[in-house]
Design a binder for this molecule. Structure first.
Ligand code: C5P
Length: 319
């Protein structure tokens, strides 16, 4: 094969319950992930191995990676070896034990630093694309292990659907697929650093003397998912990072209120934000809400999407 293209979804968190800080600086979570139909695409194209050179900053462990990005906020995506998709190709290629070179082209639709795991999605897509391109044939377990080393949300981008994440979010238990949910996402101007939002959450808790309990998955949320009931689901959405995200990005309070005022079944900040997510009852309801939010002028743009959808999937190959 000379090239492989993988499509990978964004996520929204139906429940993000944040426990105490651990010794390694991470927080123990209960994180109910839900993959939605907002997709990035990553194409991996083989390059002549002669491109590899250890003095090249894009080479690590004998693997050389070139990267290019187009689409939604592409100018905010790093093009150096810190790019999570590049790190994914380096980590995967190290398992091959031979010099390799690849060009990654990323087509972005998922907002950058938006709380929808766009960078994690690109890393998962790069793992699946390079595994196929290089004929490594790594199984799900091995890919998931590499994914967890890259970031807490990367394993879920491989899996997709709806799943409970525990630990720092990387230990996944898939949930059965019982409903189809229609969402509207309100994109913000600019991004939020995940690490800063967690740090702000800790500060707010310190200031209020609020000691977080050990996080537990919400029985109400699970029952709503089992019943496939969007109204119940809308009322069960939980995000412990929301107060911190709103504190760091004040206009979000207005965006969330506008969604509720215009009939959203549920409204919350997506992950660490600043994207806001609104649950609706139907595709038509989603279109109406997206339009109303546009008129209210409370976001940079609105996007309608549905979930759950599958994780990183090969969509095209060139022999
Ligand atoms: O794992 P990932 O690199 O995506 O995490 C980004 C940052 O988010 C971490 O450096 C940490 O500050 C914070 N984080 C956390 N607890 C988690 C997941 C992420 O504190 N469970």
């Amino acid at each position: 094969m000379t090239s492989v293209t993988v499509r990978v979804p964004a996520k929204v968190n139906l429940q993000l319950s944040v426990g105490p800080v651990r010794d390694d600086g991470y927080h123990d979570l209960v994180n109910v992930f839900h993959a939605v139909s907002l997709f990035d695409e990553v194409t991996a194209t083989g390059l002549p191995e002669a491109a590899a050179g250890e003095d090249d900053p894009m080479t690590a462990g004998g693997v050389t990676v070139r990267v290019s990005v187009e689409g939604e906020s592409a100018d905010q995506v790093p093009l150096d070896a810190t790019n999570l998709a590049v790190r994914a190709a380096h980590a995967l290629g190290a398992r091959a034990g031979r010099p390799l070179a690849v060009a990654l082209h990323i087509r972005k639709a998922i907002p950058v630093a938006g709380g929808m795991a766009g960078g994690s999605a690109d890393a998962a897509a790069a793992l699946v694309a390079c595994d196929a391109l290089w004929g490594l044939g790594l199984g799900t377990d091995e890919l998931t292990e590499i994914a967890a080393g890259l970031g807490s949300d990367v394993p879920f981008a491989l899996l997709g659907g709806t799943a409970v994440g525990t630990g720092r979010g990387e230990k996944l238990t898939p949930l059965p697929d019982t409903g189809r949910y229609h969402w509207v996402f309100a994109l913000a101007d600019g991004g939020l650093s995940t690490a800063k939002v967690y740090a702000e959450c800790d500060l707010l808790r310190e200031a209020t003397g609020d000691h977080p309990a050990w996080p537990e998955v919400s029985a109400r949320l699970l029952a709503a998912l089992e019943a496939g009931d969007p109204k119940e689901l809308g009322e069960s959405l939980i995000n412990d990072l929301q107060p911190a995200a709103v504190m760091l990005f004040r206009p979000l309070a207005r965006t969330l209120a506008a969604g509720r005022d215009h009939g959203a079944l549920g409204a919350l900040v997506s992950g660490s934000g600043p994207t806001c997510a609104f649950l609706t009852g139907s595709p038509d309801h989603a279109q109406e809400l997206a339009l109303a939010l546009g008129v209210a002028d409370v976001s940079r743009a609105t996007l309608a999407a549905h979930g759950p959808v599958p994780g990183a999937t090969v969509v095209a190959t060139t022999p």
